[in-house]
Design a protein around this ligand. Structure first.
Ligand code: NIG
Ligand code: FE
Length: 401
């Protein structure tokens, strides 16, 4: 048994455990002069330091604020090649969707990723994950989706497995069906349902399936077929939807009980109403708004309607070259009009819910001891700071990162 009492916490700040919706997203517990007792990676006691139980080992955190570690529920951290020419073209006015329709964009990353070996993919992804963990993320979802061919999709997921052995963050792998092949797409969807999904469920290479449901990607019926296959094989499922057009992906996800719908920049009133009435988490990705110049997802309206909103980086080469979960949280406040308290909830317990996890995201008894010690005594430095790291140390299962 290992037990450590963390002391000298000026301010211990946390949402309540479990997904929080609507106005409850603003209700943080704030405890002054606190201490935290961790046993075997889990929180076993929280309270005022003067009431703390005795422990053989103590660690003085130096009078700073402590928050739960962040959870990044949406990344594409494994890729090869770059999108620097796309970036330049977009800045000069060519839309993201036009680049994709011409065979560039995601398809160009697919060409580069297909040519990369397993070890190359791992070597490229590792520093990206190190940057995300240094920015406060203790749990990171990683999607495949730059393979198209099954061999490369499986290699990307293998890369996540290899990466898990080289990082202390908890990595959660997702199969992403990103764009259809240019020919034989009906056959491709059938093979995804009957070959790829059963195989990776059997080999436990992914725990969830995600589909990019969009005019330039998969249609609603294609998406439904692949989500049904995921469900049949016991995998969780989620969607990229309403990024450019609201073609019905959000409604489908809510009907089928998806864990989350991510993007939502083009969502309108009926999509907001569907999410507010369903347990499906609405995940917003502010870096995409910034990088692509898209409208911001209507997080304010979603919360006001009672939805459960999460925040993610969407780290990827094309739409969100953002290597910081803290910065995504800070942008969520500016671009999506979340309050600081809502943003913390969105990036912790609600992000956990977007991954189907209930054992983390809050500082409460029984939860994983994943937490951040900030550089200051006021937790609001976490959403406030832009471009410097307000985190002094990250602790994952009670161990220093
Ligand atoms: O979440 N929109 C689809 N997929 C990614 C972008 C991937 C890329 O451009 O390489 C996203 O934004
Ligand atoms: Fe994405």
């Amino acid at each position: 048994m290992t037990e450590v009492l963390f002391t000298n916490i000026a301010q211990l700040v946390t949402p309540k455990a479990g997904p929080q919706r609507g106005a409850a997203m603003r209700e943080l517990n704030i405890l002054q002069d606190a201490a935290l007792l961790v046993r075997d990676g889990l929180i076993v006691w929280i309270g005022r330091e003067k009431d703390a139980p005795k422990s053989q080992q103590t660690h003085d955190l130096g009078g700073v604020a402590v928050t739960p570690a962040l959870i990044d529920p949406h990344t594409h951290a494994v890729w090869a090649g770059d999108r620097l020419s796309d970036f330049e073209a977009r800045v000069e006015g060519v839309p993201y969707e036009t680049i994709l329709a011409r065979g560039g964009g995601i398809r160009s990353t697919m060409r580069a990723t297909r040519q990369a070996s397993l070890e190359e993919l791992v070597t490229l992804a590792l520093p990206r994950l190190q940057a995300l963990t240094a920015s406060g993320a203790a749990t990171i979802e990683i999607k495949s989706g730059y393979g198209l061919d099954f061999e490369t999709e499986l290699r990307m997921l293998e890369a996540v497995r290899v990466l898990q052995a080289r990082t202390s963050a908890d990595l959660r792998p997702t199969l992403l069906l990103h764009v259809p092949p240019e020919e034989n797409r009906a056959e491709y969807v059938q093979e995804v349902c009957h070959i790829l999904i059963p195989r990776l469920a059997h080999e436990q290479l992914a725990e969830a399936v995600d589909v990019f449901c969009e005019t330039e990607a998969f249609s609603v019926p294609e998406t439904r077929a692949m989500l049904e296959a995921a469900r049949l094989y016991g995998l969780k499922f989620k969607l990229h939807a309403d990024q450019f057009h609201a073609i019905g992906g959000t409604e489908l996800a809510c009907q089928m009980g998806a864990l989350s719908v991510d993007h939502l920049e083009a969502s309108g009133e009926s999509q907001i109403a569907a999410l507010a009435a369903s347990p499906t988490v609405a995940t917003v990705l502010p870096a995409v708004t910034l990088h692509l110049g898209l409208p911001a997802a209507p997080a304010r309206a979603l919360i006001d309607a009672g939805a459960c909103v999460a925040l993610g980086t969407d780290l990827n080469p094309g739409s969100a070259p953002i290597f910081s979960a803290q910065l995504a949280l800070a942008f969520g406040v500016r671009l999506n009009r979340l309050t600081p308290a809502e943003a913390l909830t969105a990036a912790t317990v609600n992000a956990a819910a977007a991954l189907g996890l209930s054992d983390r995201g809050a500082l409460s008894v029984g939860q994983r001891a994943d937490f951040l010690a900030l550089r200051s005594a006021d937790w609001r430095d976490l959403p406030y700071t832009l471009g410097a790291n307000p985190i002094q140390s990250s602790w994952i299962k009670g161990r220093l990162l």
